[in-house]
Design a protein around this ligand. Structure first.
Ligand SMILES: [Fe+2]
Ligand SMILES: [Fe+2]
Length: 445
């Protein structure tokens, strides 16, 4: 831009070419303009004048006599137009040469004609006007060239700008993708940590087996059936997996007993676990919403539960869902009570409005079948469980009990359908960390 703006106006004197076959005419023309600020070129013929023009394309004014041997003035002017199209052409002619004048104007592009003999003052004025016109046209052209170059520059800048914007957009997109991936990794790590914690609870309380995972599975199914938002479902998953994390602090003796078998002191101790659970997760900010559900998973719909005796809608919906899923899984783990799907559904119906939120019951009934039908006997007939050696299990068999390693780690939950892949990993675990029992599977009665 600066380069163009600094272009200067040309300050060399204007060049004029006079063409006449009479030397004295040329001399008198030179004399006439001696005081004017022009550079004067003289030629004796049209041919000579064309040569001068070829070597000097900057000549601004061409003044030619018409009557010359060889090229006539109008013919010369026409040819001069090809060499120096921007020069201003003037024809000097006698009164009788009206045809020549017409040719000079029409074909030679002459600006005007001057009759011979000319009046000096008049010719000076005509040349001055022509010179001004030439300089104006030249200046106009120079300015237009500047504008053209500036436009080009502007176009170039625009293209560059577009390119930069595109480049930036692509970079931002990449960064955002990276960030999204990092976020997903973080979320995955977070979920894995929750699973790991949940595994710890199961290690601590071997009696519960895969209780937390089952409660989470059923709770999520209920929440989805109720069309709860994804964020709430995520909170419910975390809370269900960790709902009994407060039991880690309970003495071993207590963990082996059912609630009904506990004495008053033991019951009091047991009833602390929801609050202890909430406290345990409270230091992880992202788990605080789940902490609230953990606190209230033993509340009853009629307000008779613990720890806060909340009732109805005051109990968070996630906690109401976990409460009923917790009850279902506990009932199923109590085979001595002879729990069939029908019996458990009956218990839920009975508890609707007292222990459980009545709104949830229809969902629960439909979903228990989905989660547990493989491992629960249906009334009379149904299935029985048998114990097999790890080498006897086969593809397609259904686990009647959780499979645990010798040190108590749950390897596969009850209800899992065996396939070649999980049979292979079970055999491996049984070698590394052998269990004292076999594997319990269901067979038709
Ligand atoms: Fe609990
Ligand atoms: Fe529980």
């Amino acid at each position: 831009m600066t380069e163009i703006a600094s272009e200067k106006k040309p300050d060399t004197p204007l060049e004029i070419l006079f063409v006449d076959d009479e030397k004295n005419v040329l001399q008198s023309l030179r004399r006439l303009f001696i005081d004017e600020d022009y550079t004067i070129n003289l030629a004796n013929s049209g041919e000579e004048a064309l040569e001068i023009l070829k070597n000097n394309p900057d000549i601004g004014l061409i003044v030619s006599d018409q009557r010359m041997p060889g090229l006539k003035g109008s013919e010369f002017l026409e040819k001069s137009k090809e060499i120096s199209p921007e020069s201003i052409r003037i024809l000097l002619t006698g009164y009788a040469d009206i045809n020549a004048v017409a040719d000079a104007i029409n074909r030679g592009g002459a600006y005007r004609y001057v009759t011979k003999p000319w009046k000096d003052e008049e010719l000076i004025q005509i040349i001055r006007d022509a010179a001004r016109r030439y300089l104006l046209l030249k200046e106009n052209k120079r300015l237009q060239e500047i504008i053209r170059k500036q436009n080009e520059e502007l176009k170039r800048w625009n293209t560059q700008l577009e390119y930069f914007v595109q480049e930036q957009t692509i970079e931002i997109q990449h960064k955002s993708e990276e960030l999204q991936k990092l976020n997903e990794d973080l979320k995955k790590n977070f979920r894995n940590s929750i699973f790991a914690f949940s595994g710890l609870i199961e290690l601590r309380d071997k009696k519960t087996g895969s209780h937390s995972k089952n409660v989470a599975e059923l709770s999520v199914k209920i929440a989805r059936a109720m069309d709860l938002p994804d964020k709430d479902i995520e909170t419910i998953t975390a809370a269900a997996l960790l709902h009994d994390i407060g039991k880690i602090g309970i003495p071993d003796m207590l963990l082996l007993k059912d609630f009904e078998e506990m004495d008053k002191v033991a019951k009091h101790e047991y009833m602390q676990h929801p609050v202890r659970g909430q406290t345990a997760v409270d230091s992880v900010e992202a788990l605080r919403p789940a902490g609230i559900l953990i606190r209230h998973h033993h509340e009853w719909f009629n307000g008779f539960g613990f720890p806060d005796g909340l009732s109805g809608g005051k109990i968070p919906v996630g906690a109401r869902i976990i409460a009923v899923a917790d009850f279902v899984d506990k009932s199923i783990r109590n085979p001595e009570q002879g729990s069939t799907l029908e019996i458990i559904s009956g218990k839920i119906k009975t508890g609707a409005g007292t222990r459980f939120d009545p709104q949830l019951c229809p969902y629960v009934e439909a979903l228990i079948k989905e989660v547990y039908s493989k491992i629960l006997p249906h009334g009379k007939g149904g299935t029985i469980e048998i114990e097999l050696h790890v080498d006897e299990i086969r593809d397609g068999m259904v686990l009647a009990k959780d499979v645990k390693s010798g040190t108590g780690l749950t390897l596969l939950p009850r209800g899992t359908v065996l396939n070649l892949k999980n049979i292979h990993s079970l055999k491996r675990y049984y070698e590394l960390d052998p269990s004292e029992t076999g594997i319990f599977v269901l067979v038709e009665r």
